[in-house]
Design a protein around this ligand. Structure first.
Ligand code: ZN
Length: 81
């Protein structure tokens, strides 16, 4: 099995939150990408599984990928200070 297909290896929202990341970036095949706040979803939810819960705001289809919205280097520096 390819590692990305093994759901036990997927990052959970709880794990993502320990990195102080509260949004995921959802990407759609229509070219739209959006950062979505996922505070309302449980810690046990897996980041890649959010594809099934989200809809593209432009075309209404499910995104093909969801990933943690990691802060940029500057944002990360600002958070540490
Ligand atoms: Zn779309």
């Amino acid at each position: 099995m390819r590692p990305e297909l093994d759901e036990t290896l997927w990052m959970s929202l709880g794990n993502m939150r320990t990195h102080r990341v509260r949004n995921v970036v959802a990407r759609c095949r229509c070219g739209h990408a959006a950062s979505v706040n996922v505070d309302m979803l449980p810690d046990e939810a897996k980041v890649p599984a959010l594809c099934r819960r989200l809809r593209c705001s432009r075309c209404g289809k499910r995104p093909y990928s969801t990933e943690p919205d990691w802060p940029t280097r500057d944002e990360a520096a600002a958070m540490r200070s």
